[in-house]
Ligand binder design. Structure first.
Ligand code: HEM
Length: 454
């Protein structure tokens, strides 16, 4: 470690408890204020914690020196939900799982699921008809999350989850809320102690685990040749050892993917509707593009490359409200970042939310301006100024699927409806584990007016 490496600045906190109360109440506010002290700041949270804001620092942790950073204690705390799945696993176990699962996520496989996505979206749009006619308000976060859950159920397991969706989505929400408090707690009580909170969590996990076990069993027994992710995972072999996954590994991977494959998509879409409702000029441009490229027909994967503005709308929405707003890691050995010492054992926090607003790389960072992603305006922007899907070897495995799904759903909704926020409705981010819109984005529907014939 060079002698020049100094301790990073620390914004003022309360005696003894430091920044814990602010972090628990409003982490976005705390991070935003802390970033005024520099690109590397120390936070007084449990353990020694550093918030890193500069794209070069993000690159160092996720890519250049990634072997020095493990997922650490935060991911250990969420293991009661995710088990030893790809998201949480470390070392050889993670490498082996990634080798097995990665081929399943190849583009040629994921594009096969596009018709499932458009079919499920069309079902939702048909259901919306009545709400549109009666002016009934919808909570778009719930609508989008449930649609994404039904889609991932179909893609993963080849089953329609519409009937169970409310129960399963409820169980997911309960489990995540409890996990949030366990991550924030100094010393969470073991889950076998029957506190009301632990009981709620265990009940929710039983609902999810029983549901997954039932679906897996049905998949095993099904003789038909239908293709789904679970079947691909059951057949997947480690390219080095040739071994298949155990039942436990399959179960943990399935529950992890059910979660990762729907929540983030639902959140991205809910935030996108919020932003579009506040910016009718962007919505009009988007509708004009969708009408020009597709007219009334159902989109297919090959259309997506032509929907350039739609792509930029999704990118910009993920910049302003990245569902994964924080990516923690623990340092294994001492490191030096931005001239500051990062001691072994400390936690570093990378925040897409914060770096996506770094004024050195983003002009008018709070503005909703999809065209900032035009090639000309993106020139010179560092790769890690924008990382809604993480980066390096642990880059999101579902990135292609996520973008395809979000775009298909978004353009199908835009073909049919304009969404109007209920009056005076303003959103703010609530950080559970992901960043969700606190009030759920409440809106009414209006049928799109057909453009006048030329
Ligand atoms: C807009 C939607 C999505 C966003 C914003 C997102 C974001 C992320 C991020 C930031 C990570 C890295 C976490 C870290 O480094 O600690 C990640 C990992 C992961 N994501 Fe996604 N994700 C999305 C959708 C999906 C989908 C649809 C799937 C699967 C169907 C998926 C599967 C995974 C998996 C398996 C990992 C762990 C990869 C590994 O560590 O090897 N994600 N995601």
């Amino acid at each position: 470690m060079p002698l020049s490496a100094s301790k990073a600045p620390r914004p003022p906190g309360l005696p003894i408890v430091g920044h814990i109360p602010q972090w628990t109440k409003d982490p976005v506010k705390l991070m935003t204020e802390a970033a005024r002290y520099g690109d590397v700041v120390r936070l007084q949270l449990p353990g020694e914690t550093y918030l890193l804001n500069h794209p070069d620092h993000v690159k160092r942790v996720l890519q250049d020196n990634h072997l020095n950073y493990e997922k650490g204690w935060v991911f250990d705390r969420i293991k009661p939900y995710w088990g030893e799945s790809l998201l949480t696993a470390e070392g050889d176990h993670w490498r082996q799982q990634r080798r097995r699962v990665q081929p399943t996520f190849k583009r040629e496989h994921t594009v096969d699921f596009a018709p499932t996505i458009t079919r499920r979206t069309a079902e939702m749009l048909d259901r919306w008809q009545e709400s549109a006619e009666n002016g009934r308000e919808l909570v778009l976060y719930n609508e989008m999350t449930q649609l994404a859950l039904v889609i991932i159920g179909d893609v993963l397991f080849g089953v329609g989850l519409w009937k169970q969706v409310a129960e399963m989505a409820g169980a997911v929400q309960t489990a995540l809320r409890v996990l949030k408090t366990r991550v924030a707690a100094l010393l969470p009580l073991p889950l076998w102690i029957p506190t009301p909170q632990n009981r709620r969590f265990n009940r929710a996990m039983r609902t999810l685990n029983d549901g997954i076990a039932r679906i897996m069993e049905e998949n095993r027994r099904a003789e038909d040749g239908g293709r789904n992710f679970l079947k691909m995972l059951m057949e997947a072999r480690d390219s080095e050892t040739g071994e298949r996954m155990s039942d436990k590994q399959l179960h943990e991977e399935a529950i992890g993917m059910l979660q990762q494959g729907h929540d983030t998509i639902g959140e991205t879409l809910a935030w996108t509707w919020y932003l579009l409702s506040l910016h009718p000029e962007v919505e009009r441009k988007l509708y004009a593009e969708v009408t020009r490229v597709l007219g009334d027909r159902v989109p297919v994967v090959d259309d997506l490359a032509q929907l350039k503005y739609a792509n930029m709308v999704v990118q910009e929405s993920l910049r302003i409200f990245p569902p994964v707003w924080i990516i923690p890691r623990d340092a294994i050995k001492d490191d030096e970042i931005g001239g500051h010492r990062i001691p072994a054992g400390s936690t570093v926090l990378l925040s897409p939310y914060l770096t996506h607003r770094h004024s050195a790389f983003w002009e008018n960072p709070e503005g909703f301006d999809p065209e900032r992603f035009l090639p000309d305006r993106s020139k010179g922007r560092p790769r890690y100024a924008y990382f809604p899907f993480g980066g390096g070897p642990r880059l999101c495995m579902g990135v292609d699927m996520a973008i395809m799904e979000t775009l298909l759903i978004m353009v199908m909704v835009v073909q049919r409806y304009r969404l109007h926020l209920v009056s005076c409705h303003r959103e703010e981010p609530e950080c559970i584990l992901d960043m969700i819109p606190r009030h759920g984005v409440r809106a009414t529907l209006q049928k799109q007016a057909r453009p006048a014939p030329p």
